[in-house]
Design a protein around this ligand. Sequence first.
Ligand SMILES: Nc1ncnc2c1ncn2[C@@H]1O[C@H](COP(=O)(O)OP(=O)(O)O)[C@@H](O)[C@H]1O
Ligand SMILES: [Mg+2]
Length: 301
Amino acid sequence: MVRNVAGLMTELEPEDFYLLSGVEQGMRFSEWVNRGKLPDLANLTAENVDYRLDRCMSRDLIQRKTIQYEGYQLTFEGYDALALRTFAQRDTIQGVGAPLGVGKESDVLEVQSYRPLALKFHREGYTNFREVKREREYTADHHHVSWLYTARKAAEREHEVLTELYPDVSVPRPVDHNRHAIVMEKFAGVELGRSKLDSSQAVGVLDLVLRELSTAYEAGYVHADMSEYNVAVSEQGVTVFDWPQAVSIDHDNARDLLERDVRNVVSFFRRKYPRPTPDVDVGSVVDRIVAGEFESVRQNA
Ligand SMILES: Nc1ncnc2c1ncn2[C@@H]1O[C@H](COP(=O)(O)OP(=O)(O)O)[C@@H](O)[C@H]1O
Ligand SMILES: [Mg+2]
């Protein structure tokens, strides 16, 4: 569990951030940044580095390990603090509020802006460090995998996909991106998995979700992680969110991934709303999405 650092932001001084970004710079080259390199990286005197290291250590923004040398690295809290500072300096956010959700690989918070928005911190590479080796970033020593890099790439990708899809597909409007974090509009409603639909509405909602997948396909993307937990339902309609793993329709496995997405959604409706939901031929729905002809699961195949 990563602690919310919003409350620390007012205590931190500009030079604490020099130190944090010095450590961040150093982590491009080694997992643990040699203490001796910090004055240069952070542009601070050696004495000031000592002082800032203490301040940041006691707030769990960095951690220390002594290998052949004394090394430091950012914690996720330290990385969060750097991103929050950037968003504040750009005036993207004016304050941080309550948690909106904890996902498999993220923390999502409400933030204050011209209106309440959602801030998503990506945590990829934190829990399942080993699985992300395919995304390794080779550095000077050629065997260092950085969670910073993995989480940052995921946020970049999610922001890019949202920017491509909005507003044609009903996704949260992307507002800003920095490091491993994105700011987007807050969606209305609750997750499909936690909502209670009227029996008379269920098939209509299933069609709405599949139509969003169809429009996304037309725009060139397959979501690739669809489930009842990545769709919100409200009076206004549906919102499909959580896009970092989306693949291009040119991807070798695009069709299989699309089929899995459709199957996940359809199985959920069959399970939770068995009476109104017809027996859907998933393959034929996928064919119609690929052909740009999907309207409804009730449509004749
Ligand atoms: N734009 C948003 N507005 C409101 N709540 C959100 C928003 N984005 C995410 N959430 C909440 O945070 C949770 C996790 O977000 P999600 O994007 O699904 O990340 P994960 O990859 O960790 O599953 C969601 O289930 C939802 O409750
Ligand atoms: Mg999710």
